[in-house]
Design a protein around this ligand. Structure first.
Ligand SMILES: Nc1ncnc2c1ncn2[C@@H]1O[C@H](COP(=O)(O)OP(=O)(O)OP(=O)(O)O)[C@@H](O)[C@H]1O
Ligand SMILES: [Mg+2]
Length: 257
């Protein structure tokens, strides 16, 4: 039995004559946290857009629960680096907006979901605030809450913490890992930050420079276990793995300095 939540079968992508993704085969388990790590411009965003259904492979297929992905749908929610919240809606309005296609929910159920996710991201006091009155970290929390409220089983996150200061970023990493465990979501998270990748991942897929090709499949969970609290970063195992991955990525980019 194939229990893959998401699978890539011989996926390639070319933009005109330029190959961007090269023969990618990958099977992602349900409720796992997978990080795509790779040098700038290698094709990570292109891969994510294809999983999201915003773009399609030149050949091969990507499946969700065995079904070929052809267009966006609410089972896959996307969170990007630049703030994906609507400035004219309050925090509550933004989370509600995620449920715009949920005809299956009553007004009461929607309200209950808004409250649940506001609490989950620790922003009950900001319910009626507008995005320009909250911090960048809070705006990314709202984006996460919005995709969860929509009912997404898969979170596609493309450098969502890239624009945040180091401390906020660390805090959001801890929170995201907790949310992923509690809410039982499958996450694909793109970054080029090695430390972020090791801290968050159950599994790191290391890609080559363009065209993206899988170089390494690293089982982080086997080394660090499932629980990642802030202190995990200071442990010996974390440090060793981080150095190993740094080394791999330096070899990949040809940077031997
Ligand atoms: N719509 C497009 N048309 C033509 N070329 C494109 C298109 N989208 C991306 N590319 C090219 O494909 C390559 C991979 O782009 P992509 O954005 O997927 O890389 P990335 O790994 O996400 O990079 P970064 O780390 O900088 O975000 C780049 O060379 C880019 O210029
Ligand atoms: Mg990108």
């Amino acid at each position: 039995m194939d229990s893959a939540h998401i699978s890539f079968e011989n996926v390639t992508k070319n933009f005109g004559a330029v190959p961007v993704v090269s023969d990618t085969r990958l099977s992602i388990a349900r409720n796992s946290f997978v990080v795509f790590l790779g040098p700038s411009g290698c094709g990570k965003t292109t891969l994510m857009r294809m999983v999201g259904g915003l773009d399609s492979p030149s050949s091969g297929t990507i499946r969700l629960d065995g079904e070929v992905i052809t267009e966006p749908d609410r089972r896959r929610g996307m969170v990007f680096q630049s703030y994906s919240s609507f400035p004219w809606l309050t925090v509550e309005g933004n989370i509600n907006f995620g449920m715009r296609y949920r005809n299956d929910l009553t007004a009461e159920e929607r309200a209950a979901r808004v409250t649940h996710y506001l609490r989950l991201i620790g922003m009950e006091d900001f319910r009626t605030s507008y995005p320009n009155r909250i911090s960048g970290g809070m705006r990314q929390r709202v984006a996460i809450a919005r995709t969860l409220a929509a009912g997404s089983e898969v979170l596609l996150m493309d450098e969502p913490f890239g624009a945040l200061d180091a401390l906020t970023r660390e805090r959001l990493q801890v929170e995201l890992r907790q949310i992923q465990r509690e809410e039982q979501k499958t996450v694909i998270f793109v970054t080029h930050d090695v430390e972020e990748a090791v801290f968050l991942a159950d599994r790191i897929i290391l890609f080559s420079a363009r065209p993206a090709r899988i170089r390494k499949d690293i089982d982080v969970a086997a080394v660090l276990g499932p629980d990642r609290l802030l202190g995990a970063r200071e442990g010996e195992a974390f440090f060793r793995l981080r150095n190993e991955v740094l080394h791999m990525i330096r070899n990949e980019t040809g940077d031997k300095r």
